[in-house]
Write a protein of this length. Structure first.
Length: 137
């Protein structure tokens, strides 16, 4: 059977691009790789890409010279997690506090991992997790 090599893209749908883009760039330090009115793509490390789509702006098929991207859209708050180094846990907690990001929760996992949970401007639940959360991480 062919194997999955990894998770490449995660998409969040946002009500307003400017505050969402600023949050992920300024608070989390992600670097934009592409930015349009309807989409911002961030380098999320480990070959991962975080896509921010403006809600309702991508629900139609988008034909192009190299193929058609099927329409997609989402709504409501969802969850995603970023991998962080165990030694950076305290630094992330301090950084979030400096940016006045309210923590919703901290969890110490049975395998030794730790997680910080907080909301982005659209109410998506964002997690920063250290190794030890899952058997494969």
């Amino acid at each position: 059977m062919p194997r999955i090599a990894g998770l490449l893209e995660t998409a969040l749908y946002v009500a307003e691009m400017a505050p969402a883009k600023a949050f992920f760039a300024e608070v989390l330090g992600l670097k934009p790789m592409l930015s349009t009115e309807r989409l911002t793509a961030f380098d999320a490390g480990r070959q991962g890409v975080l896509l921010l789509f403006l809600e309702g702006a991508s629900d139609a098929d988008m034909p192009g010279p190299n193929g058609t991207v099927p329409g997609h859209d989402g709504g409501g708050p969802v969850h995603m997690a970023f991998a962080i180094a165990a030694e950076d846990y305290g630094k992330w907690k301090e950084r979030l506090a400096r940016h006045e990001v309210t923590l919703r929760s901290e969890v110490a996992w049975p395998r030794g991992g730790r997680s910080l949970y907080f909301d982005d401007p659209d109410g998506h639940l964002i997690e920063l997790a250290t190794p030890g959360l899952w058997p494969n991480y």
